[in-house]
Ligand binder design. Structure first.
Ligand code: TYM
Length: 331
């Protein structure tokens, strides 16, 4: 069975972009692949985090992943810092990554530009190498992610290829699995930007945990395009985004949603979309609440996940150590 790995940061709250672009595909991948899903707390601290908030966001994210349908009996769900091998492999891979490659990373440039006089950490710069380690240490074949991760996946393949060329086949070159629909959900207030956790746009970011009245409010005030026709087109990014979300929430397609709204206007689109989203998110929200009521059980699931992950990670790391010429550790 081919292997899947993906990760999500426990920063801010999970939004509709994360869910539509990534999490729902993680859940469906479980039917066909051996899946590993990491809550990447080491990545989270590349920007300042409050320790208590980080701890509670990590547990909450575990609840959201399970509520989104990830089954810990079938998939390995774990916290990145519980498997120390990720950080160890990241160091090795840093020695096979050039400064120039990291300087070209769009996400680094974007995040660094928002630091406004605060320090830009070396961790933020080398972040994509840790991500490569997350993937390569499981020898994953497939990485389900949104569009914004495409460049990091290309870098991962380059690093793996470079290592393999020097030391022989060690890593699998992973494929990015980017969905055809919903790979880049846009901010509801700024439809020229992706919906983002770090957005300074609270009204434009629809969280999967938003209560129904909040969902209705955010959809109601969502920015629209000029004109009145409810159609998806390149000159209507805001309406196209709303139609995409509508199609996902109702399990249909953009043309079907367009057809169902033929002759109607933006107000009807928004009213229908708000109700569709309330229903779409309700099961996830109910299940999350139940899971959070038993944090001991969540901790147990994460512990079991880390043990399973560590078994695979240890094996890859020891192959790598041997290949680069490190003296074996005494038992
Ligand atoms: P993160 O935590 O920012 O996002 C988690 C996943 O959500 C996707 N995503 C989106 N999809 C559609 N529309 C959007 N507006 C949107 N915003 C986010 C992301 O593409 C991602 O799939 N670097 C990664 C975490 C990571 C990782 C990994 C991913 C660390 N190690 C190894 C894959 C494999 C990140 O910051 O994702």
């Amino acid at each position: 069975m081919e292997r899947v790995l993906s990760g999500i940061q426990p920063t801010g709250e999970v939004h509709l972009g994360n869910y539509i672009g990534a999490l729902r595909h993680w859940a469906s991948d479980q039917d066909s692949y051996d899946c590993f899903f990491a809550i990447v707390d080491l990545h989270a601290i590349t920007l300042p985090q409050d320790p208590e908030e980080l701890r509670s966001a990590t547990l909450d994210l575990a609840a959201i992943l399970l509520a989104a349908g990830i089954d810990p009996e079938r998939s390995t769900v774990f916290v990145q810092s519980h498997v120390a091998e990720h950080a160890e492999l990241a160091w090795i891979l840093q020695c096979f990554t050039s400064y120039g490659e990291l300087q070209r990373m769009i996400q680094f440039k974007d995040k660094a530009s928002k630091r406004h006089g605060e320090i830009v950490s070396a961790g933020l710069f080398t972040y994509p190498v840790l991500q490569a380690a997350d993937i390569l240490i499981y020898r994953a074949d497939r990485v389900p992610v949104g569009e914004d991760q495409r460049q990091h996946l290309e870098l991962t393949r380059d690093i793996a290829g470079r290592f393999n060329q020097r030391y022989g086949e060690t890593f699998v070159l992973p494929q990015a699995a980017i969905p055809r629909m919903g790979a880049k959900i846009l901010d509801l207030q700024m439809p020229d930007a992706k919906m983002s956790k770090s957005a300074d746009s609270p009204l434009g970011t629809l969280k999967v945990t938003d209560p129904p009245e909040e969902i209705r409010r955010k959809v109601k005030v969502a920015v629209t395009d000029s004109g009145r026709e409810v159609v998806a087109s390149p000159d209507k990014p805001a309406i196209t985004n709303l139609l995409t979300i509508y199609a996902v929430a109702t399990g249909s397609s953009v043309p079907d949603v367009e057809a169902s709204l033929a002759g109607k206007g933006y107000a009807e689109l928004k009213a229908g979309l708000a109700e569709a989203l309330v229903e779409f998110l309700r099961p996830l929200q109910d299940r999350r609440r139940e899971l959070l009521a038993d944090p001991g059980e969540l901790a147990r699931i994460l512990r079991a996940g880390a043990e399973k992950a560590r078994e695979v990670a240890r094996k890859t790391l020891s192959d790598v150590y041997e290949r680069v010429g490190f003296l074996p550790r005494s038992k």
